[in-house]
Design a protein around this ligand. Structure first.
Ligand SMILES: Cc1cc2nc3c(=O)[nH]c(=O)nc-3n(C[C@H](O)[C@H](O)[C@H](O)COP(=O)(O)O)c2cc1C
Length: 201
């Protein structure tokens, strides 16, 4: 059975988005699915060197496409994006965007942008899928609070033929357990995990 993959983006262990990741997993499991949670903070990832190697190495596939190859754990985190039935993300907002470790990993996906835009089959022919996100932020207001994270995730996932659904957002969530004070938070997140599984194949 194909699995759902859940990426948890916070640098804080046991905080709001970790709780959201666990509830998403519960939703998937209650729908009869299987999933793994990947805590990005637990993985050593080097920044993109902007060396241009991935622009020139069109004969290379997989981890060989990036000059950093498997010297770190970026590829370990990319692998599920090739095989997952659906993708789930739970992340806080840091400075109106994704946390830096998450963004560092996303920058490393430049290799897939090149492969997708040049129509290389190993990337361009991936099955179409959908991703769902739970985003939490400390500020109670702010029209553009989630915009940067959402746009980046949309273009990152597009390279894997994964479309991004509208995010489930929680504002005014700052202390590590603030999420639990939001009305219906448990039911809404579990329902999203359930829906992600049942609406995918
Ligand atoms: C470095 C840093 C930057 C932050 N920047 C913002 C921000 O721009 N807007 C906001 O509303 N909250 C911001 N926050 C607050 C977090 O979004 C909030 O504490 C959230 O609940 C953390 O999620 P977690 O419990 O999953 O770690 C920031 C927190 C940190 C640590």
């Amino acid at each position: 059975m194909k699995k759902a993959v859940i990426y948890a983006g916070s640098h804080r262990k046991g905080g709001n988005s970790d709780q959201a990741a666990n509830l998403l997993a519960r939703g998937v499991q209650e729908a009869g699915g299987q999933t793994d949670i990947i805590f990005i903070r637990d993985h050593a990832i080097m920044p993109c060197q902007a060396c241009g190697f991935c622009d020139k190495s069109i004969d290379h596939q997989g981890s060989q496409r990036c000059i950093l190859g498997e010297k770190d754990e970026a590829w370990t985190l990319f692998s599920p994006l090739f095989t997952a039935r659906t993708v789930l993300i739970a992340s806080p907002i840091y400075f109106y965007h994704l946390p830096s470790m998450f963004k560092t990993w996303i920058d490393r996906s430049q290799q897939f942008w090149t492969a997708k835009t040049t129509g290389e089959h190993w990337v361009a022919d991936l099955p179409k899928r959908t991703a769902h996100t739970v985003l939490v932020a400390g500020r109670p207001t702010g029209k553009k609070l989630f915009e940067g994270a959402h746009i980046t995730l949309r273009y990152f996932l597009h390279n894997f033929n994964i479309a991004l659904a509208d995010p489930l957002i929680f504002r005014g969530v700052d202390k590590h357990d603030d999420l639990s004070r939001q009305s219906d938070f448990e039911a809404r997140i579990i329902e999203l995990g359930h829906h992600a599984w049942t609406s995918s194949r």
